[in-house]
Design a protein around this ligand. Structure first.
Ligand code: MG
Length: 208
């Protein structure tokens, strides 16, 4: 797929993350529209690959991305799990630490003035949140509890006309994505959203 995103690093494929180029393009396009309505909030930034796409879109319009992640890795990133990356393990702390890599990628892309890292779990960060959101992108933990927390704590902040995007939405029950699929179904059943598009595993909805 040819890319027309200004400022996208030539080595975007080398940045650690789980996002296809088509999904990145869809995030970029969504954020370009939505950032006129309010800031973008991303849950689950990991090393910042998706944050780059969102940030480049917002920078063009003077917008902001709040990038929320505790940076200790989701369930599937822990030692012994399938998606564990030993490069991101802080052996002195005995924990995952994706924040260093995240900051490096954001700085290298020139997005320090656009992306505001929020280093916290989702529930804690949500307690005093009041700003309406132009776009919410949910790509956090894939346990049902984590996905439900993300949806319940944050989706109410999306303004009318704003975007709800959910990653790892698979209709196939044998694929990893039952919790994201679950909150996608909840959103659609609420009657508050219309479906805009599905790109690979990225579902994009608009708040009515
Ligand atoms: Mg994901």
């Amino acid at each position: 797929m040819s890319n027309t995103i200004a400022g996208l690093p030539a080595d975007i494929d080398q940045i650690k993350g789980f996002l296809s180029a088509a999904e990145g393009q869809a995030l970029y396009d969504s954020a370009r529209q939505a950032s006129a309505l309010g800031p973008v909030l991303e849950i689950g930034s990991y090393c910042g690959k998706s944050t780059l796409y969102l940030g480049l879109a917002c920078r063009e319009l003077g917008g902001t991305v709040f990038a929320l992640d505790h940076h200790r890795g989701s369930e599937e990133h822990q030692e012994g799990e399938f998606f564990h990356d030993p490069d991101l393990f802080d052996s002195a702390e005995g924990q995952m630490d994706t924040f260093r890599e995240f900051r490096r990628n954001i700085r290298n892309a020139g997005l320090d003035d656009t992306v505001v890292p929020v280093v916290s779990d989702s529930l804690t960060a949500s307690r005093h949140w009041q700003s309406p959101l132009g776009m919410l992108f949910i790509d956090g933990g894939h346990s049902l509890d984590a996905a439900l927390t993300d949806y319940r704590c944050w989706s109410g902040h999306i303004c009318r006309g704003g975007i709800l995007a959910i990653h790892d939405v698979y209709h196939d029950p044998h694929k990893d994505g039952q919790a994201p699929w679950g909150i996608y179904q909840m959103a659609m059943a609420s009657g508050l959203y219309e479906k805009v598009q599905q790109v690979d595993s990225l579902a994009v909805l608009r708040r009515l």
